[in-house]
Design a protein around this ligand. Structure first.
Ligand SMILES: [Zn+2]
Length: 330
């Protein structure tokens, strides 16, 4: 992405740049009133450079795509009545190209044409083609346990209904669907307990030690139609944690989830986690779909960290497009 200074240089189409003794100065080029004001894009470029995480960067880039596309679509060139000189169009086209380059870098899937079409359509409140995230559902329990899966499946179904009902998901026309209506019970990998056995944390999940290593080993060994694995369980060793995602690009205690990203959610809210627990699945799926483990800075964003996330759970146009264009939403 261009720096703000570089963009300002590009948009100063009504100035004549003269190089005098190495200094640049910009005498105003006199032009009739009514010429386009390209300063409107400054705020988005500023937001990109202020972002300290990829969710907020994609938000700014999505705004650039939406705004520049709208501008370009409405541009009337001379000599048509009311038309403008092409010097007002070129920098905006170049800014759009800059945004596309960064979106392709961050979002990894180079789907610029379709992604931009989605962003423009969403910005105009138009319906876009539905994408489905098919998930394989598991319940992780202690070796020998025989849990009643009925209430567990009802809880998971409820969390899927909540995710699908988020305004951010409906506007993105993104829906989560289960491959298996009854959760698959999993307790061990090659005879070794996945949950912590004995001692402190017995019966709980540890995302930084053997449990994640063994769970990924188990899931890597099975072929399934779903694109994401969703694993519910009784709780993490760290009581504050409500969800965790092992992403395709990550390494977890020595193993990478080669088959599918793995989303873990605890069955019950952690202490103080009642507000965000119902949408923890939606949040973690966001990490899985984007293959991004960072967090958005604003509490209203679905991808804000649990400690600050509120009840709004919105996604920007850029984030929605990122949720839609990846290997896991089809
Ligand atoms: Zn998170």
């Amino acid at each position: 992405m261009w720096t703000l200074d570089r963009w300002k240089e590009a948009r100063r189409v009504d100035h004549v740049t003269l190089n005098v003794l190495g200094f640049k100065f910009h005498p105003r080029f006199r032009d009739p009133d009514g010429r386009p004001n390209l300063k409107v894009f400054d705020a988005f470029v500023t937001a990109f450079w202020q972002a300290n995480n990829n969710f907020d960067k994609v938000t700014a880039l999505g705004e650039i795509v939406a705004a520049t596309s709208q501008y370009i679509a409405g541009f009337v060139a001379l000599p048509a009545p009311g038309g403008q000189d092409l010097r007002y169009l070129t920098p905006v086209q170049d800014l759009l190209a800059e945004a596309n380059n960064d979106l392709n870098l961050i979002c990894t899937v180079a789907a610029a044409v379709q992604r931009n079409a989605d962003i423009v359509a969403m910005a105009n409140n138009q319906v876009i083609v539905q994408k489905v995230v098919l998930v394989n559902v598991f319940y992780l329990a202690a070796v020998g346990a025989v849990p009643n899966l009925v209430p567990i499946d009802q809880l998971i179904d409820g969390h899927i209904v909540i995710a699908n009902g988020l305004a951010s998901f409906t506007a993105a026309n993104l829906q989560v669907a289960r491959h298996n209506a009854v959760a698959t019970l999993v307790t061990d990998f090659n005879g070794e307990s996945i949950l912590v056995e004995g001692g402190p944390g017995a019966g709980l999940f540890d995302e930084s030690r053997l449990p994640i290593f063994r769970l990924i080993g188990y899931l890597n060994a099975i072929a399934l139609p779903g694109r994401v694995d969703v694993v519910y369980h009784d709780g993490f060793v760290d009581a504050d944690v409500q969800g965790f995602t092992a992403r395709r690009s990550g390494v977890y205690s020595g193993r990478t989830p080669n088959a599918r990203p793995v989303v873990l959610v605890r069955r019950t809210p952690s202490p103080g986690g009642g507000l965000t627990h119902p949408t923890t699945l939606a949040h973690e799926l966001g990490h899985a779909l984007t293959d991004c483990g960072q967090h958005a800075a604003q509490p209203d964003d679905l991808m804000a960290a649990g400690a600050i996330r509120g009840a709004v759970n919105q996604l920007s146009f850029g984030e929605k497009a990122w949720f839609r264009h990846n290997p896991f939403a089809v």
